[in-house]
Design a protein around this ligand. Structure first.
Ligand SMILES: Cc1cc2nc3c(=O)[nH]c(=O)nc-3n(C[C@H](O)[C@H](O)[C@H](O)COP(=O)(O)O)c2cc1C
Length: 241
């Protein structure tokens, strides 16, 4: 990771997003070069840890997010993070320009979108994955612990129905235990890597597709630039009113 951050800096990248662990080492590398670090958080204690490490802003990952979702509702999370005094970006549940404008009106400084940008012409995800996002509604999105040990938001495919949503009592215990936690996470990461490799070799064999509740507002595969321009237009118009 240190090497990748150094290469990114060498190539001119000046905006970094950190998530798990303590982001101080990233801040220490990026700040002297005039870069900015925003930290993904799901609740106040992680925000305080990021603020203590010197991050420039927070990305509030709420319970509607794709990928590893948090436990909090979009507004409750903003209120909870306000005392930290850093700009807060909304992550989770935004699929259309209206949702983006609403997040800004609520007090968020910006938005981080994941699911929306999978259904773009530029994204190298399989067509089947993109079409599944376009077709799906909120009810097709579930949180499962069975893939990584912590809740991850995915489309409810036959594979996900087969493995289930809750980790076994033994897996949960091993993930909590200080001695076995690291080994368990490595095992999950290895399995996820193997699955991704298999899916990249034969895209029709994808076992699971990560997506958040924002699927409900996504109804077409579009170029990423068009999405960003439309979002900016609608947000500016809403601001002018
Ligand atoms: C396929 C996929 C992979 C993701 N991978 C990561 C990741 O590696 N690290 C991370 O911090 N967030 C990751 N996320 C979360 C996004 O950065 C973002 O917070 C989230 O997608 C926002 O919710 P949305 O999908 O409703 O827009 C991922 C999301 C998706 C959909």
């Amino acid at each position: 990771m240190v090497r990748w951050v150094d290469i990114a800096l060498e190539e001119g990248v000046r905006f970094f997003v950190t998530s798990l662990g303590n982001p101080r080492w990233v801040v220490d590398r990026v700040r002297p070069l005039g870069g900015v670090v925003y930290h993904d958080v799901t609740e106040l204690r992680w925000a305080r840890k990021g603020a203590d490490a010197g991050v420039d802003g927070l990305i509030a990952v709420n319970r509607r997010a794709g990928g590893h979702a948090g436990p909090r509702d979009v507004r409750a999370l903003l209120d909870e993070l306000a005392p930290v005094g850093l700009p807060v970006v909304c992550a989770g549940g935004i699929g259309d320009a209206q949702g983006f404008a609403e997040a800004l009106a609520m007090g968020y400084a910006g938005a981080q979108l994941g699911t929306r940008f999978i259904a773009t012409t530029e994204c190298r995800a399989s067509d089947a994955y993109k079409q599944a996002i376009v077709r799906s509604g909120e009810g097709d999105v579930v949180l499962t612990e069975r893939l990584t040990g912590i809740p991850i938001s995915v489309l409810n495919t036959p594979y996900v129905r087969r493995i289930g949503l809750r980790s076994s009592a033994l897996a949960r215990w091993l993930l909590r235990n200080k001695r076995t936690r690291y080994g368990m996470r490595s095992l999950y990461a290895l399995r996820a890597g193997l699955m991704l490799k298999r899916a990249s070799l034969d895209e029709s064999r994808s076992d699971y597709w990560q997506a958040g509740k924002s699927v409900a507002a996504i109804d077409a595969v579009e170029p990423a630039g068009e999405i960003v321009r439309r979002f900016a237009r609608v947000a500016c118009a809403a601001d002018a009113q």
